[in-house]
Design a protein around this ligand. Structure first.
Ligand SMILES: Cc1cc2nc3c(=O)[nH]c(=O)nc-3n(C[C@H](O)[C@H](O)[C@H](O)COP(=O)(O)O)c2cc1C
Length: 405
């Protein structure tokens, strides 16, 4: 029998600490052996006894407590770091994220983190302003760059009384991230996936542009997940506030025309193209060469931009799959399927941008994955989770494509 997955679960001092008990339980249900370490603040919210009872193991709360160690030569935070196959910190507080980003190691959890070399999953939960704070953003970006998996919090009513992003992700999403990070399926090895992301900018004059509210998060989540699953990833991205995922080839562009050119240039290498970018449908016909002044009313004449999906479908090599995205007000499957047919893509991911808290400029999404024959609904969850579900469709899409040829 193979050894169970060793999960070292770190619990920090946030309201969501009580949800970690359910997380420990669910990881065990999935066959993992779980050990828990808690910060001092976490113990203000939940007793170590809860985790000790659930896991049948001592809970690590201090660097200086060696009471349960029979062998005094054992340095527990090092031993536990070596025992683990994967480290998950849930909830991860803003404070602990800052410590991890800076390599501080003044308690058991942070010292074990530094002493570990295994994959790391971080599930932050906090007040919306703490989550949006530049310090937290910068720390997350550092941790993401290190290859750690950030399970983005959900949006909604928070314990602090405010509404917004910051609620700990669902237990199932965290569990899946842990299993995936510990042992990612390499089912996309051999694929070269060309992904577009972000919202293009169409210049009006040297300082202004026509843009849209796309954050780029869906495309970046797809890129990170595809890379982990063994694909070579080329990410063509319009401006975003995001850090490109590690080990992806990154091509920053600005306008729809740039994106069209970059995608067609790299298309011969691609076995799959995923068009998650929000590309402008129109550009300004005559871009002013100097900054426009407010002296008189201004009329801008717009002209249509290139249809990138159309060009990709026309110029792709046989066997290259094309997955388009459609952002619509409402989930009109009939209309989306017409679009799918019209564009000649293999699949289209339909997003409802009229729903509050998902889609554009949000960490969460819900979508329908449509092919000519099938319709798969992805319930609302993090964009990381939706990305995994989209990638799950590729093998079936590939076999269908082969049958059709
Ligand atoms: C009632 C209460 C709730 C809190 N909830 C959170 C939270 O959800 N997320 C967070 O980052 N900090 C939260 N804090 C602040 C942290 O507990 C505090 O920053 C602490 O130093 C975190 O320590 P740790 O990261 O070592 O666990 C909360 C504090 C209090 C008093």
């Amino acid at each position: 029998m193979s050894k169970p997955l060793h999960v070292l679960l770190g619990v920090c001092g946030g309201i969501a600490a009580y949800k970690s008990a359910e997380l420990a339980r669910e990881l065990q249900r999935q066959g993992a052996e779980v050990r828990v370490m808690m910060t001092r603040a976490a113990q203000e919210f939940i007793q170590p006894l809860t985790f000790a009872s659930l896991t049948g193991h001592k809970v690590f709360t201090s660097l200086w407590d060696t009471s349960a160690t029979t062998d005094s030569a054992v340095i527990e935070h090092i031993a536990e770091a070596q025992w683990a196959d994967v480290l998950v910190i849930a909830p991860a507080t803003a404070h602990t994220l800052a410590k991890l980003a800076h390599g501080l190691a003044d308690d058991f959890l942070s010292a074990a983190y530094l002493a570990s070399t295994v994959p790391v999953v971080l599930a932050p939960a906090m007040n919306v302003n703490m989550w949006n704070h530049a310090a937290t953003r910068a720390n997350l970006s550092v941790l993401e760059q290190r290859g750690h998996r950030i399970v983005a919090p959900g949006s909604g009513y928070l314990a602090c009384g405010m509404t917004g992003d910051g609620r700990l992700a669902d237990t199932e999403t965290i569990v899946r991230a842990v299993l995936d990070q510990a042992n990612p399926p390499r089912d996309l090895a051999g694929e070269t996936i060309l992904i577009t992301a972000g919202g293009t900018r169409e210049p009006i004059d040297p300082v202004r542009f026509l843009g849209n509210r796309s954050s780029g998060r869906m495309g970046y989540a797809l890129a990170a997940a595809a890379e982990r699953r063994g694909a070579r990833v080329i990410l063509v991205s319009a401006a975003t506030a995001l850090t490109p995922p590690p080990r992806c080839e990154f091509l920053p562009i600005e306008t729809a025309e740039d994106m069209h050119a970059a995608v067609l240039y790299r298309l011969p290498e691609a076995t799959v193209v995923i068009k998650a970018a929000a590309v402008a449908d129109f550009r300004v016909r005559q871009v002013a060469s100097t900054k426009l002044h407010r002296d008189a009313p201004l009329t801008l004449e717009l002209e249509p931009t290139e249809d990138i999906v159309h060009s990709v479908v026309e110029q792709r090599r046989p066997g290259t799959l094309v997955i388009a995205f459609a952002a619509e007000m409402g989930l009109d499957v009939v209309r989306a399927r017409q679009k799918l047919r019209g564009k000649g893509a293999d699949a289209i991911v339909l997003n409802d941008i009229s729903r509050e808290g998902i889609g554009f400029d949000s960490d969460r999404n819900a979508a329908v994955f449509l092919t000519e024959e099938a319709e798969v609904r992805f319930a609302e969850s993090s964009k990381e989770e939706i990305a995994l579900q989209i990638l799950d469709q590729i093998p079936a899409l590939r076999s269908h494509h082969l049958l059709e040829q």
